[in-house]
Design a binder for this molecule. Structure first.
Ligand code: HEC
Ligand code: HEC
Length: 327
């Protein structure tokens, strides 16, 4: 027996049914709202990840400020010229990134990466017990050093300020820790040569030529001539990723014409670049910062070079004193 529209007895059960549905909806709404405040399935959040005291959020702002996504994909967003960076930290590790990012125009050598693993604090940051442990923990680092260490890259040198590289690493550490359940799928746009060709960089697509640097080896066989030895050392240590041997500017000032001449410092003072100045610039780069260049970008080589190696590097830099011309 069904209710007709005029049947007054049907009003009450209908109204009750409507009320019950309404209450049920309200309960479902409240429960789901409460759930939205619960941390999702053990997924990391940016505030849980930091690097050198910087948060992943700060890193994200640097990542956006330099428009890294104009060339790279990350967590499914961005462009395809450079490789996807979502899991970069997990593959290459923080020391490799510390060596790569400030002088991104060249791939770091082994010695350049080791510079960022020299102290117990640096090892602790990388959660590694030793150099070998680091290579085992971040298998992409050794592979990158061996395959391309010392060679030029297709990424430009970006003029980072102090702290920005550490912030970027905090952000990359966060995206690496995300469980993105295999998403996004592998990019189908092919290898770098193909991506560069697609980007119209026909001449840039020519294979990168190897520079003089011997990949891997920290200090090659000691040459009898200190200037020659110094030249080999600056290649294997990766200094030339940041410094030109003439007067032209790279990430840091060109070495040509520095020795024996006056250098203007960031605090407005001037110093004569003698051998002590060169030595101090290598051991304590932030003590006397060259005018027009950022502090905190050049790593300190304190404790990394033997006395005779430091002498050789200084002798080599001094030998460039007349290379003042710019190409
Ligand atoms: C103008 C384009 C461009 C911009 C902007 C750019 N990159 Fe790159 N990047 C590249 C290219 C191209 C490569 C690959 C270089 C090669 O293989 O020679 C690369 C490589 C890298 C790598 C190494 C990838 C590997 O194979 O291990 C990292 C890490 C990286 N970029 C991080 C960044 C970050 C962080 C930023 C922003 C601060 C950034 N890049 C901005 C073009 C760019
Ligand atoms: C990541 C980039 C980077 C690397 C690697 C690097 N430098 Fe520097 N270097 C800089 C910057 C930036 C400056 C300028 C700011 C300053 O004075 O600290 C500089 C300054 C210097 C100066 C002072 C130059 C002048 O014009 O007065 C010397 C000398 C120098 N570096 C030598 C070296 C040597 C030798 C190595 C390798 C053992 C090296 N650098 C590795 C970035 C770098």
């Amino acid at each position: 027996m069904s209710c007709s529209s005029e049947d007054k007895n049907c009003e009450t059960p209908r109204r009750n049914a409507a009320l019950i549905v309404l209450v049920l909806m309200a309960v479902i709404f409240l429960v789901l709202s409460a759930f939205s405040f619960v941390d999702s399935r053990g997924q990391v959040t940016p505030d849980q990840i930091s690097y050198k005291g910087f948060s992943a959020d700060e890193g994200k702002r640097v990542f956006q400020a330099y428009n890294c996504m104009g060339c790279h994909t990350i967590v499914g967003n961005g462009a395809y010229l450079g490789p996807d960076l979502t899991k970069e930290y997990k593959h290459a590790g923080p020391a490799w990134l510390e060596a790569f990012l400030p002088s991104a125009g060249s791939w770091p050598t082994a010695a350049a990466v080791r510079t960022h693993l020299a102290t117990p604090e640096q090892l602790a940051l990388a959660e590694a017990a030793s150099w070998d442990d680091y290579l085992a923990k971040y298998p992409g680092s050794g592979e990158r050093i061996e395959r391309r260490g010392g060679q030029p890259t297709h990424m430009p040198n970006l003029a980072f300020r102090e702290g920005e590289v550490a912030k970027l690493i905090a952000f990359l550490k966060y995206t690496s820790a995300m469980d993105n359940e295999g998403w996004p799928p592998a990019i189908l746009s092919g290898d770098l040569q193909r991506r560069l060709a697609l980007a119209g960089g026909a001449q840039a697509a020519a294979p990168a030529t190897s520079s003089a640097a011997a990949p891997g080896a920290a200090a090659p066989a000691v040459a009898a001539d200190p200037v020659k030895q110094g030249e080999q050392l600056v290649a294997s240590l990766g200094c030339v990723a940041c410094h030109a041997t003439d007067a032209s500017r790279k990430v840091g000032p060109g070495w040509g014409g520095v020795y024996g001449h006056e250098v203007e410092l960031a605090d407005g003072s001037k110093v004569k670049a003698d051998k002590d100045y060169l030595r101090d610039s290598i051991l304590k780069p932030n003590a006397q910062v060259v005018a027009g260049f950022p502090a905190g970008v050049m790593p300190s080589y304190e404790g990394q070079l033997k006395d005779d190696e430091l002498d050789a590097v200084v002798a080599y830099l001094a030998s460039l004193s007349d290379k003042k011309e710019q190409p």
